[in-house]
Design a protein around this ligand. Structure first.
Ligand code: SAM
Ligand code: SF4
Length: 366
């Protein structure tokens, strides 16, 4: 076995910065992926945890240069789900045995939005109880807002740092988007006892392997529980993506880099939850399965009604635009079984890293 891979498998955080870069630079990835998969199996077994992804709305106050639903894109038809519709999708996920939901939207900071989210979270918690996970992915907010939603029943929060390198972050966002605030938000989430997730996009224009190694070290420095990352995919209506052509070669390179990031993150951190994100499937029909076989253990199938999906396109080629949630569920089940894994139906699937959280195991069924 490659000595660096063997070293990484011995214990977490057992690689120097340059060693992380060397693993990310590997061309032949077979051994890297199988070692990361073995570590994942040691941590959680041959099981995949599901989160039903509800895309609550696409209004956004921000203008990130890479994102298709940025405020400045006039070609998006804006929507927000009614509370009852959001509840119906969450209840469907619960009844289908998805152990948790993720509520995601553009970033809105307003009292009205805070109350709207708070009511939805509370109503989901009322029927799902502590057995049913509620993850939020709603951008930067004040600590008071995060506390309000935590008290309403949310217990996980995803906030990607996008890039842990401040200079690169500054190139991806307008000047009024603050890297420092994003880090401070992650700290606030940890203080409030959320299981906290973050992540980056990889394969961004101008990004180096050194930057990506920095990202993996950032995950450790921030003591994160969950990692949700994926390849960057251009969107034609954005400043960053308008000139990039998605050729088959570009897609293959982005996919390979995304899989390597999953594998090296697993080898470095060992015990976190890592998502095989939908963007992998946008690059290759079997992209998410490849993510699972490279060390990921979570999938986030879209449970939003089909009619809304085309208006929530962060990047080109978003998969499953036409498919309804029932079809997605069946398709996913077969895909997972086909690689020798199984879904842990009905369980929250908490990150092994957060076992020490006071309430993280509350209500867990096994
Ligand atoms: N608005 C919230 C936020 O930014 O944290 C949550 C929703 S946002 C759409 C979720 C994630 O989508 C972002 O963190 C970003 O990494 C990802 N994303 C946006 N545009 C993307 C693109 N072109 N390619 C890949 N991922 C993208
Ligand atoms: Fe808004 Fe999030 Fe997209 Fe940035 S990434 S424009 S905050 S939805």
């Amino acid at each position: 076995m490659d000595p660096l891979i063997a070293k990484a498998m011995l214990r977490p955080y057992n690689l120097a910065h340059d060693e992380i870069v060397s693993l990310l630079a590997l061309e032949d990835t077979a051994e890297l992926f199988s070692a990361a998969y073995e570590l994942k199996c040691r941590q959680v077994g041959k099981v995949v945890a599901l989160r039903g992804l509800i895309e609550l709305g696409n209004h956004c106050a921000k203008n990130c240069y890479y994102c298709g639903i940025r405020r400045g894109n006039p070609n998006v038809r804006r929507y927000r789900l009614s509370e009852d519709d959001a509840l119906r999708m969450a209840r469907w996920s619960f009844e289908q045995g998805y152990g948790s939901v993720v509520l995601q939207s553009g970033e809105i900071e307003s009292d009205e939005n805070t109350e709207y989210i708070g009511r939805i979270v509370k109503r989901i918690h009322d029927f799902g109880g502590d057995d049913f996970g509620i993850t939020l992915c709603l951008g930067e907010q004040t600590e008071e807002v995060y506390r309000f939603w935590r008290e309403a029943g949310a217990h996980r929060y995803l906030l990607r740092i996008e890039s842990s390198v401040p200079e690169l972050y500054a190139k991806l966002h307008p000047a009024d988007h603050s890297y420092a605030r994003r880090v401070e938000c992650l700290r606030a989430l940890k203080r409030l006892g959320y299981q906290t997730g973050s992540g980056v996009m990889c394969g961004l224009p101008g990004q180096t392997l050194d930057d990506l190694a920095n990202d993996i070290e950032f995950y450790h420095d921030m003591d994160l529980d969950m990692i949700g990352m994926g390849p960057y995919l251009p969107h034609k209506d954005t400043p960053l993506g308008s000139d990039i052509e998605i050729t088959p070669e570009y897609a293959a390179n982005q996919l390979k880099l995304g899989l390597k990031m999953i594998a090296v993150t697993r080898l470095y951190l060992h015990d976190v939850n890592i998502a095989a994100t939908t963007v992998l499937q946008a690059l290759d029909d079997r992209g998410r399965e490849q993510g699972l076989l490279a060390g990921a253990n979570v999938m986030m199938p879209n449970v939003t009604d089909t009619e809304y999906r085309e208006n929530y396109q962060l990047y080109e080629n978003k998969p499953c635009l036409e498919e309804n949630s029932t079809k997605c569920r069946n398709c996913l089940n077969w895909r997972v079984l086909a690689i020798g894994e199984k879904i842990n139906w009905g369980q929250r699937g908490d990150s092994p890293h957060c076992k020490t959280f006071p309430d993280s195991n509350k209500g867990k069924k096994s």
